[in-house]
Design a protein around this ligand. Structure first.
Ligand code: C5P
Length: 233
């Protein structure tokens, strides 16, 4: 089965993360470790999660000079992560060197994707940092730059998925957070999309946090998400 759901381990302790993993089937999902859990628990936790059989998306959004980012990408690859990411606004040279850092890892190399524009930034916020394009135009521009650098794809919001799918080649991977079933609370997500709709719009992987992590039965919730995904793919 193609595991399209990536469960966000948004916790600040190893105990919480491991308790959730006790209630998730690694053959039914992948998991995402972001800045909070990584800062709290470090690479040791990443290795433990991988040892439990889970594919890990290391969501640290590297953004620095090319040499520093490339070295960080190599270290993450040595840990055995399945996917990792950088900020596309770090520029073409940074992304190209990050991609080259993966060359030695062969077919098993991690997927390298980029963040375009943070969904927390509105047009006015972009203008204040000197970007005159609309958020949509900037997302598209950075997605093409990501493609040019040879990366595997981008993280994109539910609202952007359809447009990017139409603009970019089939093999360019789209990873989409902000996914909710009809019965789920949106929480702080402004625009949400159902799992089936997100796949229909062209997303390859769906990042799901609270609807699974806070469910009474995380694995049962995961199975519902998988059912919705398989109904359209
Ligand atoms: O709990 P929820 O499903 O909202 O979690 C979504 C996950 O995706 C969180 O880890 C969040 O940081 C991440 N994310 C997001 N929106 C973005 C990028 C990442 O919600 N634009």
């Amino acid at each position: 089965m193609d595991k399209r759901i990536i469960v966000a381990l948004d916790f600040n302790s190893s105990d919480q993360a491991m308790t959730l993993l006790d209630n998730l089937d690694s053959s039914l999902c992948r998991v995402k470790i972001g800045k909070e859990l990584f800062t709290a628990c470090g690479p040791q936790l990443v290795r433990q999660v991988i040892d439990r059989g889970f594919d890990v998306f290391l969501d640290l959004k590297f953004h620095d000079i090319p040499n520093t980012v490339a070295k960080a990408v190599s270290v993450a690859s040595d840990m055995g992560v399945w996917m990792l990411n950088v900020h596309a606004s770090g520029g073409l040279a940074m992304m190209e060197l990050a991609r080259q850092a993966l060359d030695g890892y062969g077919a098993q190399r991690p997927k390298l994707i980029a963040v375009t524009v943070l969904t927390s930034l509105l047009r006015e916020d972009l203008r204040k940092v000197g970007v005159e394009l609309s958020p949509e135009e900037q997302v598209s521009k950075l997605a093409f730059l990501t493609r040019e650098a040879g990366l595997d794809g981008v993280v994109c919001s539910a609202a952007e998925t359809k447009l990017l799918r139409a603009q970019l080649p089939e093999d360019f991977c789209l990873v989409t957070p902000g996914i909710r079933r009809a019965e789920d609370a949106a929480g702080d997500q402004k625009r949400v999309l159902g799992p089936a709709e997100a796949i229909q719009n062209g997303s390859n992987y769906l990042v799901v946090g609270r609807p699974i992590t806070q469910a009474d039965s995380p694995n049962a919730a995961l199975e519902e998400f998988n059912l919705a995904v398989s109904s359209v793919s």
